[in-house]
Ligand binder design. Structure first.
Ligand SMILES: [Fe+2]
Ligand SMILES: [Fe+2]
Length: 195
């Protein structure tokens, strides 16, 4: 199966996502491109992965679970019943199924854009951060402030560390469970950024 082109993917996303999520997808693609430029990453691949990272966002839970099963994707603790994060593994499966994406790097960046993992590839880091700071729905001022810091030493990792700090603080404030893996990723990034 031939991989779908950018315009075909945009048409599909426009029809299948809410207007807000469609704009967020465009913003994430733009942000991913900028971050890749700064970090010396693959600019086109970053844009492509950013564009499709939320492709499964509007699927009902049962369809997400079917796709995940069909593609044999293993779930992490806490993912099974959490529709907010399940769209990431479901998205990797959907991207392969309907857009013919066979680039493992891209599929992995989609799969891990919500939870992250301890050893992330550069593309995984780019998509993880782009999703959190994109200018269209997260605020342009915040985006510009963040993007400035990506070029600093360990800038990509420091920005991702800030995302985890924010998430952990928010979970503590709301007295919610923090996954073991989230803490592991936080500790790993902290060590990397403070060496
Ligand atoms: Fe997402
Ligand atoms: Fe997103």
């Amino acid at each position: 199966m031939k991989t779908a082109c950018i315009e075909e993917i945009k048409d599909w996303l426009r029809e299948n996502l809410t207007a807000e999520k469609y704009v967020h997808s465009l913003g994430t693609a733009e942000a991913a491109r900028e971050i890749a430029k700064i970090c010396g990453g693959d600019i086109e691949k970053a844009y492509f992965a950013g564009l499709i990272h939320d492709c499964a966002k509007s699927l009902p839970l049962d369809e997400m679970l079917l796709l995940i099963k069909e593609f044999g994707i293993e779930l992490e603790c806490g993912e099974e019943n959490n529709v907010k994060i399940l769209h990431a593994p479901a998205g990797a499966a959907l991207a392969a199924k309907i857009f013919g994406v066979d680039d493992e790097e891209v599929l992995s960046a989609i799969r891990w854009h919500t939870l992250g993992q301890v050893e992330m590839s550069q593309l995984e880091k780019i998509i993880f951060l782009a999703d959190k700071i994109e200018p269209e729905t997260r605020g342009r001022e915040c985006y510009l402030n963040r993007i400035k810091t990506v070029s600093e030493p360990c800038g990509l990792e420091r920005n991702i560390l800030d995302c985890y700090s924010y998430t952990i603080k928010s979970l503590v404030d709301r007295k919610l469970v923090i996954c073991q893996k989230t803490i592991e990723i936080y500790n790993h990034l902290l060590k990397k950024c403070t060496i």
